[in-house]
Design a protein around this ligand. Structure first.
Ligand SMILES: NC(=O)c1ccc[n+]([C@@H]2O[C@H](COP(=O)([O-])OP(=O)(O)OC[C@H]3O[C@@H](n4cnc5c(N)ncnc54)[C@H](OP(=O)(O)O)[C@@H]3O)[C@@H](O)[C@H]2O)c1
Length: 248
């Protein structure tokens, strides 16, 4: 199968690509950095097709699908993984950075999904994995408000289209990782029992996708934290979350 993975050069995206390749699939990897893409191409040779694109630019997304058509490659699975987060008081964060989060985490993901579905010729083995976050299960994110809100969008959007696409046999899974050690904002130096590594998150995600799951929360600690979050009072939850983000 051909699997498009956005944000493929590092972290969770790289590891998801690796898991699909290990299972004999071919990955079409998207990111903005040509040299990093080239390194991955050399690592996986024929199993990896790099496409350099900044997916916050709609024309660059159009170009990804045009290139695939030109290469006569039809994508079977789309992994909307690329995402960004900036920790800050909402007002202190420059508007451009807020806009970038909304653009990459919401607009680009939605447009990639629309284009992918437009291109599908038959529905056999087709599917989408949207990367949200356990943040989407919480009441909100003080000091990370736009990011948390964007990940809630991803969860809600995924649930909505998963029901719409069920009749067409196109599967949609929403992946909700908890804190994961990657180059993501505040996570590079993060330590603690609750921090997972990206390879484990990806292994669980791809396994759950092939099991047919629609929601994947990797790791028992994250599942417990989500369950606790759903029963503690909203004000208390927000105070705890503010303290956590403050430490980052
Ligand atoms: N790490 C965590 O704790 C955590 C927790 C929950 C959810 N998540 C979610 O998991 C996803 C992956 O996060 P990560 O931690 O693996 O992040 P990461 O290490 O920062 O990697 C981000 C990837 O996205 C690519 N990217 C960024 N902007 C892009 C753009 N405009 N167009 C195309 N590619 C772009 C980057 O490559 P280039 O710079 O080369 O473009 C890179 O490959 C995100 O959606 C994040 O919100 C992360």
């Amino acid at each position: 199968m051909n699997v498009i993975v956005t944000g493929v050069t590092r972290g969770i995206g790289y590891n998801i690509a690796l898991e699909f390749i290990k299972r004999g699939n071919r990955v079409i990897g998207i990111s903005r950095t040509e040299e990093e893409l080239e390194k991955i191409r050399k690592e996986f040779t024929l199993s990896f097709i790099p496409i350099k694109a900044d997916i916050t630019d709609e024309k660059e997304i159009d170009n990804i699908f045009k290139k695939l058509r030109d290469m006569k490659i039809s994508a079977d699975i789309l992994v909307n993984n690329a995402g960004v987060g900036y920790i800050s008081n909402f007002c202190d964060l420059p508007w451009e950075k807020n806009k970038k989060m909304i653009h990459l985490n919401i607009v680009a993901l939605t447009y990639m999904t629309h284009k992918f579905l437009e291109e599908i010729k038959n529905n056999e083995n087709k599917g989408i994995i949207n990367v949200s976050s356990t943040a989407a299960c919480q009441s909100g994110g003080p000091l990370f408000a736009t990011y948390y809100a964007s990940k809630s969008y991803v969860k809600s959007f995924s649930n909505g289209i998963s029901e719409e696409l069920r009749d067409k046999n196109i599967r949609v899974m929403c992946l909700l990782p908890g804190p994961t050690k990657t180059t993501f904002s505040g996570m590079e130096k993060a330590e603690g029992f609750y921090i997972m590594n990206a390879s484990k998150v990806a292994r669980i995600a791809v396994k759950d996708y092939f099991k047919g799951k629609e929601i994947c929360i990797p790791g028992i600690t994250n599942k417990i934290l989500v369950a606790i979050g759903s029963i503690i009072p909203r004000n208390l939850e927000l105070k705890i979350l503010k303290r956590i983000q403050n430490r980052k």
